[in-house]
Write a new protein. Sequence first.
Length: 290
Amino acid sequence: MANLIDGKKIAMDIQAELKIIVKDLKVVPCLAVVLVGENPASQVYVRSKARTANDLGVKSETIYLPKETTELELLEQISKLNNDDSVHAILIQLPLPAQIKEGTILNAVSPKKDVDGFHAVNRGKLLIGEDTFIPCTPAGVQEMLVRSHVEIPGKHVVIVGRSKIVGLPLATMFAQKHKHANATVTVCHTGTADLTAITLQADILIAAIGKPEAIKGSMVKEGAVVIDVGINRVEEPSSEKGYKLVGDVEFDETAKHASAISPVPGGVGPMTIAMLMKNTVKAAQNSMRQ
Ligand code: NDP
Protein backbone atom coordinates (compact mmCIF):
# COMPACT_ATOMS: atom_id res chain seq x y z
CA MET A 1 0.00 0.00 0.00
CA ALA A 2 1.13 3.55 -0.78
CA ASN A 3 2.30 5.92 1.94
CA LEU A 4 -0.18 8.68 2.60
CA ILE A 5 1.05 12.21 1.85
CA ASP A 6 -0.79 13.93 4.66
CA GLY A 7 -1.35 17.48 3.41
CA LYS A 8 -3.26 18.42 6.53
CA LYS A 9 -0.36 17.50 8.79
CA ILE A 10 2.25 19.19 6.56
CA ALA A 11 0.08 22.31 6.38
CA MET A 12 -0.14 22.39 10.18
CA ASP A 13 3.67 22.17 10.42
CA ILE A 14 4.02 25.11 8.01
CA GLN A 15 1.43 27.11 9.93
CA ALA A 16 3.24 26.46 13.22
CA GLU A 17 6.44 27.82 11.61
CA LEU A 18 4.59 30.86 10.27
CA LYS A 19 3.01 31.60 13.66
CA ILE A 20 6.50 32.05 15.14
CA ILE A 21 7.54 34.35 12.27
CA VAL A 22 4.34 36.42 12.58
CA LYS A 23 4.86 36.89 16.33
CA ASP A 24 8.25 38.48 15.69
CA LEU A 25 7.13 40.75 12.83
CA LYS A 26 6.90 44.49 13.41
CA VAL A 27 3.59 44.64 11.53
CA VAL A 28 0.50 42.47 11.72
CA PRO A 29 0.14 40.95 8.24
CA CYS A 30 -3.26 41.76 6.77
CA LEU A 31 -5.02 39.74 4.08
CA ALA A 32 -8.08 41.12 2.31
CA VAL A 33 -10.28 38.55 0.57
CA VAL A 34 -12.93 39.70 -1.88
CA LEU A 35 -15.85 37.37 -2.53
CA VAL A 36 -18.38 38.30 -5.20
CA GLY A 37 -21.64 36.35 -5.12
CA GLU A 38 -22.75 33.36 -3.11
CA ASN A 39 -20.97 30.35 -4.58
CA PRO A 40 -21.26 27.80 -1.71
CA ALA A 41 -17.81 26.25 -2.29
CA SER A 42 -16.21 29.72 -2.40
CA GLN A 43 -17.92 30.64 0.88
CA VAL A 44 -16.43 27.52 2.50
CA TYR A 45 -12.93 28.37 1.18
CA VAL A 46 -13.17 32.00 2.30
CA ARG A 47 -14.26 31.03 5.83
CA SER A 48 -11.47 28.49 6.02
CA LYS A 49 -8.86 31.07 4.92
CA ALA A 50 -10.12 33.56 7.53
CA ARG A 51 -10.03 30.92 10.28
CA THR A 52 -6.47 29.91 9.46
CA ALA A 53 -5.34 33.54 9.26
CA ASN A 54 -6.78 34.24 12.71
CA ASP A 55 -5.05 31.17 14.16
CA LEU A 56 -1.70 32.51 12.93
CA GLY A 57 -2.14 36.07 14.15
CA VAL A 58 -2.71 37.31 10.59
CA LYS A 59 -5.47 39.89 10.27
CA SER A 60 -8.04 38.92 7.70
CA GLU A 61 -10.78 41.02 6.25
CA THR A 62 -13.41 39.52 3.95
CA ILE A 63 -15.30 41.84 1.65
CA TYR A 64 -18.59 40.34 0.53
CA LEU A 65 -20.03 41.85 -2.65
CA PRO A 66 -23.38 40.95 -4.24
CA LYS A 67 -23.47 38.76 -7.34
CA GLU A 68 -24.73 41.74 -9.44
CA THR A 69 -21.51 43.70 -8.75
CA THR A 70 -20.20 45.30 -11.94
CA GLU A 71 -16.62 45.08 -13.16
CA LEU A 72 -16.20 48.80 -12.45
CA GLU A 73 -17.44 48.45 -8.87
CA LEU A 74 -15.05 45.58 -8.26
CA LEU A 75 -12.16 47.55 -9.80
CA GLU A 76 -12.96 50.44 -7.44
CA GLN A 77 -12.89 48.08 -4.46
CA ILE A 78 -9.53 46.67 -5.57
CA SER A 79 -8.13 50.16 -6.05
CA LYS A 80 -9.08 51.01 -2.43
CA LEU A 81 -7.30 47.92 -1.18
CA ASN A 82 -4.24 48.60 -3.37
CA ASN A 83 -3.97 52.08 -1.84
CA ASP A 84 -4.52 50.99 1.76
CA ASP A 85 -1.09 50.61 3.39
CA SER A 86 -2.51 48.51 6.21
CA VAL A 87 -3.50 45.80 3.67
CA HIS A 88 -0.50 43.71 2.61
CA ALA A 89 -2.23 40.97 0.64
CA ILE A 90 -5.27 40.81 -1.63
CA LEU A 91 -7.06 37.71 -2.85
CA ILE A 92 -9.96 37.75 -5.28
CA GLN A 93 -11.91 34.55 -4.75
CA LEU A 94 -12.59 32.77 -8.05
CA PRO A 95 -14.79 32.08 -9.91
CA LEU A 96 -16.21 35.55 -10.58
CA PRO A 97 -19.73 36.11 -11.97
CA ALA A 98 -20.03 36.06 -15.78
CA GLN A 99 -20.35 39.89 -16.17
CA ILE A 100 -16.83 40.38 -14.78
CA LYS A 101 -13.71 39.64 -16.83
CA GLU A 102 -11.37 37.56 -14.68
CA GLY A 103 -8.19 38.69 -16.47
CA THR A 104 -9.02 42.39 -16.03
CA ILE A 105 -9.62 41.91 -12.31
CA LEU A 106 -6.57 39.77 -11.60
CA ASN A 107 -4.34 42.31 -13.36
CA ALA A 108 -5.84 45.15 -11.33
CA VAL A 109 -4.47 43.79 -8.05
CA SER A 110 -1.15 45.39 -7.17
CA PRO A 111 1.59 42.82 -8.02
CA LYS A 112 3.08 43.57 -4.56
CA LYS A 113 -0.14 42.40 -2.87
CA ASP A 114 -0.98 39.64 -5.35
CA VAL A 115 -0.59 36.66 -2.99
CA ASP A 116 -2.34 34.34 -5.44
CA GLY A 117 0.39 35.06 -8.00
CA PHE A 118 -2.17 35.59 -10.78
CA HIS A 119 -1.09 39.07 -12.00
CA ALA A 120 0.61 38.91 -15.42
CA VAL A 121 3.78 40.45 -13.95
CA ASN A 122 4.02 37.73 -11.30
CA ARG A 123 3.21 35.00 -13.81
CA GLY A 124 6.03 36.33 -16.01
CA LYS A 125 8.45 36.40 -13.07
CA LEU A 126 7.62 32.78 -12.30
CA LEU A 127 8.27 31.86 -15.93
CA ILE A 128 11.75 33.38 -15.89
CA GLY A 129 12.59 32.10 -12.43
CA GLU A 130 12.55 35.44 -10.57
CA ASP A 131 11.41 35.76 -6.96
CA THR A 132 7.65 36.26 -6.89
CA PHE A 133 4.40 35.07 -5.31
CA ILE A 134 4.02 31.51 -6.52
CA PRO A 135 0.35 30.54 -7.00
CA CYS A 136 -0.76 28.82 -3.80
CA THR A 137 -1.98 25.44 -5.08
CA PRO A 138 1.10 24.72 -7.25
CA ALA A 139 3.33 25.96 -4.42
CA GLY A 140 1.49 23.62 -2.05
CA VAL A 141 2.02 20.65 -4.38
CA GLN A 142 5.76 21.29 -4.60
CA GLU A 143 6.08 21.87 -0.85
CA MET A 144 4.23 18.68 0.06
CA LEU A 145 6.52 16.65 -2.22
CA VAL A 146 9.64 18.27 -0.77
CA ARG A 147 8.52 17.81 2.84
CA SER A 148 7.62 14.18 2.09
CA HIS A 149 11.22 13.68 0.85
CA VAL A 150 10.13 12.84 -2.69
CA GLU A 151 13.11 13.30 -5.01
CA ILE A 152 12.03 15.56 -7.91
CA PRO A 153 15.19 16.28 -9.99
CA GLY A 154 15.58 13.90 -12.91
CA LYS A 155 12.09 12.46 -12.50
CA HIS A 156 9.35 12.43 -15.12
CA VAL A 157 6.55 14.64 -13.79
CA VAL A 158 3.27 14.26 -15.66
CA ILE A 159 0.66 16.94 -15.02
CA VAL A 160 -2.88 16.29 -16.21
CA GLY A 161 -4.53 19.70 -16.66
CA ARG A 162 -3.18 22.96 -18.09
CA SER A 163 -5.24 25.59 -16.29
CA LYS A 164 -3.67 28.96 -15.67
CA ILE A 165 -4.04 28.53 -11.91
CA VAL A 166 -2.80 24.97 -11.42
CA GLY A 167 -1.44 22.96 -14.37
CA LEU A 168 0.57 25.62 -16.21
CA PRO A 169 2.34 27.13 -13.17
CA LEU A 170 3.14 23.61 -11.96
CA ALA A 171 4.72 22.77 -15.31
CA THR A 172 6.79 25.97 -15.18
CA MET A 173 7.94 25.27 -11.63
CA PHE A 174 8.97 21.66 -12.12
CA ALA A 175 10.85 22.40 -15.35
CA GLN A 176 13.08 24.99 -13.65
CA LYS A 177 16.74 24.38 -12.91
CA HIS A 178 16.20 24.32 -9.16
CA LYS A 179 17.00 21.81 -6.45
CA HIS A 180 13.31 21.11 -5.83
CA ALA A 181 12.48 20.86 -9.53
CA ASN A 182 14.73 20.07 -12.53
CA ALA A 183 12.30 17.40 -13.70
CA THR A 184 11.25 16.30 -17.16
CA VAL A 185 7.72 17.63 -17.46
CA THR A 186 4.82 16.50 -19.62
CA VAL A 187 1.51 18.37 -19.61
CA CYS A 188 -1.65 16.51 -20.65
CA HIS A 189 -5.09 17.92 -21.51
CA THR A 190 -8.16 17.10 -23.57
CA GLY A 191 -6.05 17.21 -26.72
CA THR A 192 -3.76 14.43 -25.46
CA ALA A 193 -4.20 11.50 -27.84
CA ASP A 194 -3.49 8.62 -25.44
CA LEU A 195 -3.60 9.83 -21.86
CA THR A 196 -2.94 6.44 -20.27
CA ALA A 197 0.20 5.91 -22.37
CA ILE A 198 1.59 9.12 -20.87
CA THR A 199 0.38 8.75 -17.27
CA LEU A 200 1.92 5.27 -17.15
CA GLN A 201 5.33 6.89 -17.71
CA ALA A 202 4.99 9.25 -14.73
CA ASP A 203 7.31 8.96 -11.75
CA ILE A 204 5.27 11.77 -10.24
CA LEU A 205 1.70 12.12 -11.48
CA ILE A 206 -0.28 15.26 -10.68
CA ALA A 207 -3.99 15.31 -11.46
CA ALA A 208 -5.62 18.74 -11.82
CA ILE A 209 -8.55 17.90 -14.05
CA GLY A 210 -11.78 18.65 -12.20
CA LYS A 211 -13.39 15.29 -13.05
CA PRO A 212 -14.16 12.89 -10.20
CA GLU A 213 -11.81 9.87 -10.21
CA ALA A 214 -10.79 10.40 -13.85
CA ILE A 215 -7.38 8.86 -13.15
CA LYS A 216 -7.89 5.15 -12.63
CA GLY A 217 -5.49 2.87 -10.78
CA SER A 218 -4.65 1.17 -14.09
CA MET A 219 -3.28 4.48 -15.43
CA VAL A 220 -0.58 4.72 -12.77
CA LYS A 221 2.88 3.14 -12.87
CA GLU A 222 3.98 0.81 -10.05
CA GLY A 223 5.80 2.89 -7.43
CA ALA A 224 4.71 6.30 -8.76
CA VAL A 225 3.98 9.24 -6.47
CA VAL A 226 0.50 10.63 -7.04
CA ILE A 227 -0.74 14.07 -6.07
CA ASP A 228 -4.46 14.66 -6.42
CA VAL A 229 -5.34 18.35 -6.77
CA GLY A 230 -8.98 17.76 -7.71
CA ILE A 231 -11.83 18.69 -5.42
CA ASN A 232 -15.17 17.48 -6.74
CA ARG A 233 -18.53 17.42 -5.02
CA VAL A 234 -20.40 14.21 -5.80
CA GLU A 235 -23.90 13.37 -4.58
CA GLU A 236 -24.03 11.31 -1.41
CA PRO A 237 -27.67 11.18 -0.23
CA SER A 238 -26.70 9.33 2.97
CA SER A 239 -24.43 12.17 4.17
CA GLU A 240 -25.72 15.14 6.13
CA LYS A 241 -24.63 17.61 3.43
CA GLY A 242 -25.99 15.47 0.58
CA TYR A 243 -22.57 15.32 -1.09
CA LYS A 244 -19.03 14.14 -0.50
CA LEU A 245 -15.69 15.42 -1.78
CA VAL A 246 -13.63 13.24 -4.08
CA GLY A 247 -10.46 13.90 -5.99
CA ASP A 248 -9.52 13.42 -9.64
CA VAL A 249 -7.86 10.09 -8.77
CA GLU A 250 -9.50 6.78 -8.00
CA PHE A 251 -7.85 6.57 -4.58
CA ASP A 252 -8.26 2.94 -3.45
CA GLU A 253 -7.14 1.31 -6.69
CA THR A 254 -4.24 3.73 -7.16
CA ALA A 255 -3.03 3.37 -3.56
CA LYS A 256 -2.51 -0.37 -4.17
CA HIS A 257 0.50 0.22 -6.37
CA ALA A 258 1.61 3.86 -6.01
CA SER A 259 4.48 4.43 -3.57
CA ALA A 260 2.81 7.53 -2.13
CA ILE A 261 -0.48 9.34 -2.67
CA SER A 262 -2.22 12.46 -1.35
CA PRO A 263 -5.86 12.08 -0.27
CA VAL A 264 -8.90 14.25 -0.94
CA PRO A 265 -9.89 15.83 1.35
CA GLY A 266 -6.82 16.43 3.51
CA GLY A 267 -4.22 16.67 0.75
CA VAL A 268 -3.59 19.66 -1.51
CA GLY A 269 -6.53 21.67 -0.10
CA PRO A 270 -4.96 22.47 3.30
CA MET A 271 -1.59 23.01 1.60
CA THR A 272 -3.14 25.71 -0.61
CA ILE A 273 -4.27 27.64 2.45
CA ALA A 274 -0.90 27.22 4.18
CA MET A 275 0.86 28.62 1.09
CA LEU A 276 -1.57 31.54 0.98
CA MET A 277 -0.56 32.34 4.55
CA LYS A 278 3.11 32.03 3.60
CA ASN A 279 2.62 34.47 0.73
CA THR A 280 0.69 36.86 3.00
CA VAL A 281 3.53 36.88 5.52
CA LYS A 282 5.99 37.43 2.65
CA ALA A 283 3.92 40.40 1.40
CA ALA A 284 3.99 41.94 4.89
CA GLN A 285 7.75 41.38 5.15
CA ASN A 286 8.27 42.91 1.68
CA SER A 287 6.21 45.97 2.68
CA MET A 288 8.68 46.73 5.46
CA ARG A 289 11.60 46.74 3.01
CA GLN A 290 10.02 49.29 0.66
P1 NDP B 1 -9.87 23.70 -15.11
O1 NDP B 1 -11.23 23.22 -15.44
O2 NDP B 1 -9.53 25.12 -15.29
O3 NDP B 1 -8.80 22.85 -15.96
C1 NDP B 1 -8.95 21.46 -16.10
C2 NDP B 1 -7.86 20.96 -16.99
O4 NDP B 1 -8.02 19.55 -17.09
C3 NDP B 1 -7.92 21.53 -18.40
O5 NDP B 1 -6.62 21.83 -18.84
C4 NDP B 1 -8.53 20.40 -19.21
O6 NDP B 1 -8.03 20.33 -20.54
C5 NDP B 1 -8.02 19.19 -18.46
N1 NDP B 1 -8.92 18.04 -18.64
C6 NDP B 1 -10.26 17.99 -18.42
N2 NDP B 1 -10.73 16.77 -18.71
C7 NDP B 1 -9.68 16.04 -19.14
C8 NDP B 1 -9.54 14.71 -19.60
N3 NDP B 1 -10.58 13.88 -19.68
N4 NDP B 1 -8.30 14.31 -19.98
C9 NDP B 1 -7.23 15.14 -19.91
N5 NDP B 1 -7.31 16.41 -19.46
C10 NDP B 1 -8.52 16.86 -19.09
O7 NDP B 1 -9.59 23.22 -13.60
P2 NDP B 1 -8.58 23.77 -12.48
O8 NDP B 1 -7.17 23.60 -12.89
O9 NDP B 1 -9.05 25.08 -12.00
O10 NDP B 1 -8.91 22.73 -11.31
C11 NDP B 1 -8.67 21.36 -11.47
C12 NDP B 1 -9.17 20.64 -10.23
O11 NDP B 1 -8.42 21.09 -9.11
C13 NDP B 1 -10.64 20.93 -9.87
O12 NDP B 1 -11.19 19.76 -9.28
C14 NDP B 1 -10.54 22.02 -8.84
O13 NDP B 1 -11.65 22.02 -7.95
C15 NDP B 1 -9.29 21.59 -8.11
N6 NDP B 1 -8.60 22.69 -7.44
C16 NDP B 1 -8.18 22.44 -6.18
C17 NDP B 1 -7.51 23.40 -5.48
C18 NDP B 1 -7.04 23.07 -4.12
O14 NDP B 1 -6.79 23.96 -3.34
N7 NDP B 1 -6.85 21.80 -3.78
C19 NDP B 1 -7.27 24.74 -6.03
C20 NDP B 1 -7.66 24.87 -7.42
C21 NDP B 1 -8.32 23.88 -8.08
P3 NDP B 1 -8.31 21.49 -21.65
O15 NDP B 1 -7.37 22.60 -21.30
O16 NDP B 1 -7.97 20.83 -22.92
O17 NDP B 1 -9.75 21.86 -21.49
